[in-house]
Design a protein around this ligand. Structure first.
Ligand code: GLA
Length: 376
């Protein structure tokens, strides 16, 4: 397949619908450096946008019809404004539904979608899709909504329209990322702080290890973790685990709720520390926080899996100075912080361990902190 570009998606639009698109919009996938399962606890997280992104070519229609073509599935969905499709087209159609619900006078739209964000790898291909479509629809109507509002509408599209639980980190980074920068998100007040993340100049690279597995229990477990966090906060008499202290978490009598709360409280503290270390270019110390975060997600939050644990351990043995799972867990991707020049050893080490277990070869990519969703 040709690489994803403005030209290819314009051609795809023309081939599908027989007329030219009005424009092309793009939104990035992401990796989260640290602060996992904290966003829905009003906590802190520290994602970076990837250079991999989803492109959407779009043009308005006036007959209440919504059509979406995807190059990945080579299918065209067709329905009416307000309908939510099944399968992959649920995401773009739920965005149309969500913006229309807020009063956008949308009379129909044709969309052609292509993406270089690996799907199902825990790199937020869904937020890349919802945010690129939201920006396109908004721009084509003269941009009545701010990016803050679009974040909320994309979250609602995924939560209520698609029925996919998500906390808000992915949509925020897709719409607010900056190149060579990580974003410290405070999910309590919605504020964001850019944190310098010029890895290469500091002598490091960030390798993403896509395990290429997604365990089927993932979705139910995500919802269960959310409700356990709500229960823990309730038992402590606080609005969210953001307000809990280590001592409070340790005082919970239910061992499961205690472990969940311990992870969230410690992970928020680690995220604050990581941001401070990055502000001072102390990349090597960030590695230790990655390791501690992974151990906590594995033991206390119980969202890791064998493939992620093997990837993380093998990356460390291959020379990474820290590694952890990233995203929701139960498969998907891990990240490894690696001194420049050691990347080949790290990927070889992970590849060997996967091969020795008879697992599919993992995919690797180097994360380069890219910019936010934009019109091309
Ligand atoms: C998924 C969700 C995010 C976040 C992470 C865990 O990626 O979409 O909102 O909760 O899991 O940190």
């Amino acid at each position: 397949m040709d690489p994803v570009s403005k030209e290819t998606v314009l051609q795809q639009f023309h081939d599908t619908y027989g007329y030219p698109a009005t424009g092309v919009w793009a939104a990035p996938g992401r990796v989260n450096l640290i602060g996992e399962h904290t966003d829905y606890n009003n906590g802190l997280c520290l994602p970076v946008a990837l250079e991999q992104r989803t492109l959407v070519a779009a043009a308005l229609r006036s007959d209440r019809t919504v059509r979406v073509h995807s190059r990945q599935s080579d299918e065209t969905y067709s329905g009416s404004v307000g309908d939510i499709a099944a399968g992959w087209a649920a995401y773009p159609t739920a965005v149309v539904w969500s913006l229309a619900r807020e009063g956008l006078p949308l009379e129909g739209i044709d969309l052609a979608v292509d993406s270089s964000v690996p799907v199902g790898a825990g790199l937020s291909s869904s937020a890349a899709l919802t945010c690129s479509v939201a920006l396109a629809v908004n721009d084509l109507h003269g941009s009545p909504f701010s990016r803050d509002q679009l974040v909320k509408m994309c979250i609602r599209a995924e939560n209520e329209g698609v029925g996919a639980p998500t906390g808000g980190m992915d949509q925020t980074i897709a719409l607010f990322a900056r190149p060579s920068t990580a974003l410290l998100l405070d999910c309590q007040d919605g504020s964001t702080e850019p944190i310098p993340f010029d890895l290469h100049n500091a002598g490091f690279e960030l390798i993403v290890i896509d395990t290429r597995v997604k365990h089927s229990l993932a979705d139910g477990q995500y919802g269960l973790r959310r409700s356990q966090c709500v229960d823990a906060a309730q038992a402590l008499g606080v609005d969210s685990l953001r307000e809990a202290t280590v001592d409070q978490a340790e005082s919970l009598s239910d061992p499961i709720l205690r472990a969940r709360a311990r992870h969230v409280v410690a992970e928020i503290a680690r995220t604050r520390q990581a941001a401070e270390l990055l502000r001072n270019s102390r990349f090597s110390d960030v590695g230790t926080l990655f390791d501690n975060s992974h151990a906590s997600l594995c033991d206390d939050f119980e969202v890791s899996c064998e493939e992620l644990d093997v990837a993380v351990a093998a990356a460390r043995r291959g020379g990474a100075i820290g590694a952890r799972m990233t995203g929701g867990g139960f498969g998907g991707s891990a990240i490894a912080l690696v001194p420049v020049g050691r990347g080949a050893e790290v990927t070889a080490s992970v590849g060997r361990e996967f091969a020795a277990r008879g697992w599919r070869a993992p995919h690797f990519l180097t994360a380069v902190a890219g910019g936010s969703a934009t019109r091309l």
